[in-house]
Design a protein around this ligand. Structure first.
Ligand code: F6P
Length: 341
């Protein structure tokens, strides 16, 4: 059997651990021939592939990024994209694909399943916003990086009696903000799921200053003030219709400075959250996803995605897995509010 792999969408730590697990199990248990398609869906659309043998995955478990490259290519926005993918698979003798990605990449995998392609999905994203799985790999690493940054920002904020606004990733879901904010002891956490009142933020900030502490405000890039709109880095949209967000941290820092008369600074963590080596948790989760995806291919269980439920890895239909995103529920956000101010 010949099996292809690809990684699509924003990269995240742990992608290489999945690739390694699929290659190791595929060769050792099933004697498969494995091939890696480069740069997400662009690879199978253009026939851009490379062999994947045991030697190629020897040293990649702890390496961030993806040895296959990634892109946000959407075959359903290209001329006969799905047809071109099917032709490549036929020409290269590839029987099945393991697609590692987030909602967009897996949404394409789901449509390709309907179009007759044998696909198994593996969920990844630092945002942790895929509804069908309790956690995605990459999230733990991103939260770890953001928490370490908050710890460091706190000491400089306190030395200078400043407010520090930390902008983290999260377009529609505030999981990174919530978890890093809780772990880092933030005084305000702002998420896209809930519009925030600037007056309320300023009140919390002032309360913190009164107690001679420097306030830390963690804000997700997609958070929106009451009556306002998302702040955009640029209006340009990618092939899945997403705009580039950014700027809410700087905007809020300026509002805080104007309204409190205190110094305020903003830090955007950006792609630092996606780079570098995965945590042990993410390496284990990514490896288990890779092993179970290989098993699903071996079982011929196509059109499925592997998912974490509790401590078990289960299979869910790709169509179900991509139907909605997982956002921060009201009660989870309210739980954190006791620490605000
Ligand atoms: O989807 C993952 C993610 O990291 C989002 O949190 C973020 O908004 C986006 O990707 C950034 O995309 P890009 O790498 O294209 O700038």
């Amino acid at each position: 059997m010949r099996v292809g792999l690809l990684t699509g969408g924003g990269d995240c730590p742990g992608l290489n651990a999945v690739i390694r697990a699929v290659v190791r199990k595929g060769i050792e248990d099933y004697d498969w021939d494995l091939v890696g398609f480069r740069n997400g869906w662009q690879g199978p659309m253009t026939g851009d592939s490379r062999p994947l043998g045991l030697d190629h995955v020897e040293d990649i478990l702890a390496r961030g990024g993806t040895i296959l490259g990634s892109s946000r290519t959407n075959p359903y926005k290209e001329n006969d994209g799905a047809g071109r993918i099917k032709s490549t698979l036929a020409e290269q003798g590839v029987d099945a694909l393991v697609a590692i990605g987030g909602e967009d990449t897996l949404g394409v995998a789901s449509r390709l399943t309907d179009d007759g392609v044998n696909v198994v999905g593996v969920p990844k994203t630092i945002d942790n916003d895929l509804d069908a799985t309790d956690y995605t790999f990459g999230f733990d690493t991103a939260v770890h990086i953001a928490t370490e940054a908050i710890d460091r920002l706190r000491t400089t904020a306190e030395s200078h009696h400043r407010a520090l606004v930390v902008e983290v990733m999260g377009r529609h879901a505030g999981w990174i903000a919530l978890h890093s904010g809780l772990a880092g002891g933030a005084n305000v956490i702002l998420v896209p799921e809930r519009e925030f009142s600037v007056e309320q933020v300023v009140e919390w900030v002032e309360r913190r200053f009164e107690r001679m502490y420097a306030p830390i405000i963690v804000v997700a890039e997609g958070a929106v003030p009451v009556g306002g709109a998302e702040l955009l880095h640029s209006g340009e949209r990618d092939a899945f219709g997403h705009v580039r967000l950014g700027g809410v941290g700087q905007w809020l820092a300026e509002e805080i400075a104007d309204r409190t008369g205190k110094e305020s600074r903003a830090v955007v963590l950006g792609h630092v959250q996606r780079g570098g080596t995965p945590t042990a948790y993410d390496r284990v989760l990514a490896t288990r996803f890779g092993l179970q995806a290989t098993q699903a291919v071996a079982d011929g269980d196509f059109g499925t995605m592997v998912a974490l439920r509790g401590t078990d890895i289960v299979r869910v239909r790709l169509s179900e897995a991509t139907a909605k995103i997982k956002t921060v529920p009201k009660d989870r956000y309210e739980e954190a509010q006791v620490f605000f101010g």
